[in-house]
Design a binder for this molecule. Sequence first.
Ligand SMILES: CC(C)(COP(=O)(O)OP(=O)(O)OC[C@H]1O[C@@H](n2cnc3c(N)ncnc32)[C@H](O)[C@@H]1OP(=O)(O)O)[C@@H](O)C(=O)NCCC(=O)NCCS
Length: 182
Amino acid sequence: MIDFSQSSIMLLRHGMNIQSFDCGDSDLNGFLLDDALHYLDERMAVTYILEYQKQTVAYFCLLNDKVTFDTTDANEKSFWNRFNRKHKIPNLKRRKNYPAAKIGRLAVTTNFAGQGIGRFMLESIKRMLAKKADIGCRFITVDAYSTAFDFYLKNKFQFISTKDEVDSTRLMYFDLKQVPDS
Ligand SMILES: CC(C)(COP(=O)(O)OP(=O)(O)OC[C@H]1O[C@@H](n2cnc3c(N)ncnc32)[C@H](O)[C@@H]1OP(=O)(O)O)[C@@H](O)C(=O)NCCC(=O)NCCS
């Protein structure tokens, strides 16, 4: 099993050397190996890598987002009403948009899959974003691959609506108010 006290999560910067990474998905591999630093330079996303035993075993990237509802659409208005009630948003604070951070990408290298690294990264992201220190952020969002729906559901993410239920990726979210204050 992984000894997480021996792992570190680091912000990806120029000059860091990632020799190889294979999570079984060429888009996710290519992002880390070829694109992540361009996204950093353009301030479009920041990438964090998880190092263990001197190897890059996983990564995720984060960017600003919002959870948004088109309340002129009757279906969306009912999702919005349910959402507000579910998350106990006080009437005076109800908005059509709520501040969020998006997990742009998240992947674990195949030879370390199934050992709790994905869960560990989601817990780290939740703790990092729940700190209330730098910027208001209520939700975490992710456009989840269908193959990863159950992974996110097990980690307390939910689907935002049913309108994307036939799509290959679906918008899922997590309410940061579920994280206890530290
Ligand atoms: C999906 C992924 C991130 C999961 O990481 P991981 O380190 O293997 O997952 P963990 O070991 O932390 O699993 C946590 C729990 O989720 C479950 N789980 C993990 N991946 C799953 C999947 N694809 N489908 C269903 N359940 C999954 C595990 O069985 C475990 O359940 P348990 O708590 O009942 O034991 C990883 O397999 C991966 O990188 N896949 C390829 C890229 C990808 O799909 N990324 C997501 C893009 S949205």
